[in-house]
Design a protein. Structure first.
Length: 255
């Protein structure tokens, strides 16, 4: 069979198969590079505290730049509009958040906008309710500045909402619970306060991950191109073997 393979015709076919395989290998290399490039997380400074109004606007979606950014905002708490949100993990432990209504001042005296602000976590419902009652009794309406991490709002809750049990942080849903309306609407995200309210534990709000994630679809395509490269060489081998077998069969018929 190798005597057939050494003929000029099949040597030329081998060279062509190798060129095709090299092209497929190059495409595989490109797909692997794309799998990392498309999964690369853009580095940004989320740990420098900036005014909330500089990265977010009321009644607007939370942008990638704003999400997980440490921000500060000035305004006043709206007393009596704190709620409990259940099933909230804090370093892997399920518990309760106390979430309040913060009326944030807009730049240039443009009014106020509602901001959902989580002020602390408790492992038990009893502890959370006790802290909530204390907050309701002592929360002042004077102007204050709060700092924390700004997070994109979650989807609306579709169960137990009517029974008063909340488990998601949806600014749109919170509006239905607030009695006080803010003229400029509400922010699309919520603030996790860096300083917990009395009787509560600070909510764990880590620096967002900057790990590079690999795009598995591109990896799959890269494997496909490697298979195609191998198939190009195999196809040459199969054609040479078929030619050799035909010659053997013809020779046996002559004999």
């Amino acid at each position: 069979m190798w005597s057939v393979a050494r003929r000029p015709r099949w040597i030329a076919a081998l060279v062509f198969a190798l060129v095709v395989a090299a092209g497929f290998a190059a495409l595989s290399q490109w797909q692997l590079a794309r799998s990392v490039a498309t999964g690369t997380v853009i580095q940004r400074d989320t740990e420098t505290v900036v005014p909330l109004s500089s990265v977010a606007k009321p009644q607007s979606p939370v942008t990638d730049r704003a999400n997980a950014q440490l921000v500060s905002v000035t305004g006043a708490w709206v007393p009596g509009e704190n709620v409990l949100v259940s099933d909230r993990l804090n370093k892997g432990v399920a518990g309760y958040w106390v979430v309040g209504h913060f009326s944030a001042d807009l730049p240039g005296g443009a009014g106020t906008s509602g901001l959902v602000a989580a002020v602390g976590w408790s492992a038990t419902e009893k502890g959370a309710k006790s802290a909530l009652a204390a907050i309701d009794a002592t929360q002042a309406t004077s102007t204050v500045t709060i700092t924390g991490r700004y997070i994109a709002g979650e989807g609306p809750q579709d169960s137990n909402f009517e029974k008063g049990k909340l488990s998601t942080i949806s600014p749109g849903g919170m509006i239905n619970l607030w009695r006080h309306a803010d003229p400029a609407g509400v922010y699309g995200g919520y603030l996790v306060s860096a300083k917990p309210a009395g009787g509560l534990t600070a909510i764990y709000s880590p620096v967002p991950s900057s790990d590079v994630e690999v795009n598995l679809l591109n990896v799959f395509y890269a494997i496909e191109w490697v298979v195609f490269a191998g198939f190009a060489i195999f196809l040459w081998y199969r054609l040479v073997k078929d030619a050799w077998e035909r010659e053997q069969e013809e020779a046996s018929q002559v004999n």
